[in-house]
Unconditional design. Structure first.
Length: 353
């Protein structure tokens, strides 16, 4: 079985960050989302991975290289325009050949492995095996209707009136039968080849399409709110590890990671939290569920439930909460009561009243 990871989307919901970096490289606990996805893929024993990339393809390839940490070989497959998930399967046809494959969305985070579902697919070998999760508002997702034995009878993309609360998680298992389905469908009203339409094509023609419910945490990192939630979930699983420098005037509470080369002076860090390599935290307070990237400077500041990307500087500002601070960005406190803001396109800034 091969793996296909889809990383060609434009990431409009993650602006302004997606202007300068692919959304799949957004750090979660100081590791890009794609690295977390590759971890889930590696658990399946896959040795050949194809990654569909768009305009940020070079940056993704530079970040990941040609071989995953598991030893699997990575092939990068260009997609000139993001024309739908089924279109990704089409452009990857030569790579996939006649092999079964698992398809992961490159911006999805799963807290638990899907190895048991993969084994179920290998044993029963339906033409499609879906992974489903109950959600509060199915209208935002592809929704599956199933029989008690797991047979899928209907699949609807973002239904106005859902007949099921089972959303399709961004993991799919396919046999080569899906290629005929992809070739048969036409673009949807939004001009994309929808994978839900291809799967429904299989259902309508009597192919074996099955589903298994996933019990772990699942989140799409397409919005900044989701990025913060995913960061919290991953940090909750941290083990305490101090390889950087922490002085005697600092206190670390709970699950805290201080990476090699990082320095903490006269500060309090409440875990779960991570301080990236070569970063400096001085005279500051870091609250739970906070990730400080690499090469950052946090001085006379207070942050909680936030993420700072590599190279960020936060000085003289307290009460920062629920925030994402970009690469090499600076947040500081000016003299007096005046506020000075330099805000890029599609940014959001909330200041104290």
């Amino acid at each position: 079985m091969k793996a296909l990871i889809l990383s060609g989307g434009s990431g409009t919901r993650l602006r302004p960050f997606s202007h300068s970096m692919p959304k799949q490289l957004m750090p979660i606990a100081n590791r890009p989302v794609l690295e977390h996805v590759l971890t889930r893929v590696a658990e399946l024993g896959v040795t050949e991975i194809g990654i569909v990339v768009g305009r940020h393809g070079r940056e993704i390839a530079d970040a990941l290289g040609g071989v995953a940490r598991s030893g699997a070989r990575i092939t990068y497959i260009p997609q000139e325009q993001p024309l739908g998930l089924a279109h990704c399967v089409s452009v990857a046809r030569d790579f996939l050949g006649d092999d079964d494959f698992v398809m992961f969305l490159g911006d999805n985070m799963l807290s638990q492995p899907v190895t048991a579902i993969a084994e179920e697919f290998r044993v029963r070998r339906p033409d499609c095996q879906l992974v489903l999760r109950k959600v509060a508002d199915p209208r935002q997702f592809g929704v599956a209707e199933t029989e008690p034995d797991g047979t899928v009878t209907r699949l609807v993309e973002k239904p106005a009136v859902p007949r099921s609360d089972l959303a399709v998680v961004g993991v799919y298992f396919f046999t080569p039968a899906v290629h005929e389905a992809v070739a048969a469908i036409t673009p949807s009203a939004r001009g994309e080849l929808e994978i839900t339409h291809a799967i429904q094509w299989l259902v309508d023609r009597g192919h074996d399409v099955r589903a298994t419910e996933y019990s772990g945490h699942w989140s799409d990192t397409g919005r900044l709110e989701d990025v913060l939630v995913c960061n919290r979930e991953v940090l909750d699983g941290l083990a305490r590890e101090i390889t950087g420098e922490v002085d005697a005037d600092s206190s670390l509470v709970g699950q805290v990671v201080v990476e090699a080369g990082a320095r903490v002076y006269r500060s309090r860090i409440e875990g779960p939290a991570i301080i990236g390599a070569r970063s400096t935290v001085c005279d500051s307070r870091i609250g739970p569920h906070t990730s400080i990237g690499r090469d950052c400077v946090i001085q006379d500041a207070g942050l909680g439930y936030s993420i700072t990307l590599d190279g960020a500087r936060v000085t003289g500002v307290t009460g920062v909460h629920g925030s994402v601070i970009g690469r090499d960005a600076t947040v500081s406190c000016g003299p007096g009561s005046q506020q000075r803001l330099i805000v890029g396109d599609h940014s959001t800034v909330v200041v104290a009243a």
